[in-house]
Design a protein around this ligand. Structure first.
Ligand code: HEM
Length: 201
């Protein structure tokens, strides 16, 4: 596979980092209900920190993608599959942006926000959204509840889309045996080439 048929190293790094952080954040939030009391607050804070990091990385990814168009899909792909792949990728970008944004809005309406300032990984102070913090308590509670619902619904959308994305990649890799997965993997070093009398051919 040539260089122009693969994603750039930066695009690959951002893809795998975002994938790891999003899946890690989902797993973290699923476990919160079963954690002992004193661990719940730190776990929620870590969830927020990972989510804000994802927001920053996805914005970088979008900028990178706009300035470095991805390699074209193999020409043998039927039009229907191209449309499906592009549609799913666009929706995935929308969801991984909307999820952290909705979480941030929800958290900005947290009634005890002043007692729990946002600090990324306990280190970097991070602002909440001022106009939401300034709402009166009744409206703030309504915003808090509404955006939590949105946050949860977006996560369901993400589960569906992630499953479709994985199934699509597996179909191409295992059934069609085309190089779609390798476009997003670093180039493997091939076996050493045969030599004649110690000299590489
Ligand atoms: C990668 C990005 C994110 C993903 C995939 C994600 C996913 C989720 C999911 C699936 C839930 C459970 C929803 C439910 O029970 O209905 C949740 C809860 C929550 N999320 Fe996020 N989230 C992300 C980013 C954020 C961000 C950036 C914030 C805030 C700054 C945030 C704040 C919260 C809070 C406060 C909860 C409630 C936790 C609890 O009380 O148990 N999330 N998130």
């Amino acid at each position: 596979m040539t260089r122009s048929e693969r994603y750039t190293g930066t695009a690959m790094a951002l893809h795998w980092l975002v994938a790891l952080l999003v899946i890690g954040n989902l797993v973290l939030v699923w476990t919160i209900g079963s954690l002992p009391g004193p661990m719940v607050r730190p776990a929620i804070d870590t969830h927020k920190s990972i989510g804000i990091t994802v927001l920053g990385l996805v914005l970088l990814r979008v900028l990178w993608r706009l300035s470095h168009p991805p390699p074209p899909l193999p020409p043998a792909y039927p039009r229907r599959e191209r449309l499906l792949a592009h549609g799913a990728h666009l929706l995935l970008y929308a969801l991984i942006l909307a999820l952290p944004l909705s979480g941030w809005i929800h958290d900005s309406a947290f009634k005890d926000a002043s007692a729990h300032p946002l600090r990324l990984f306990g280190l970097v102070p991070w602002p909440r959204i001022a106009p939401i913090m300034a709402l009166d308590p009744v409206r703030k509670e309504a915003v808090h509840a509404f955006w939590f619902r949105v946050h949860g619904l977006l996560a369901y959308g993400l589960y569906v889309l992630l499953a479709l994305h994985l199934l699509g990649v597996l179909k191409h890799h295992l059934l069609d045996r085309d190089p779609v997965l390798h476009r997003m993997l670093p180039r493997r070093r091939g076996p050493r080439r045969a030599t004649v009398a110690g000299q590489e051919r």
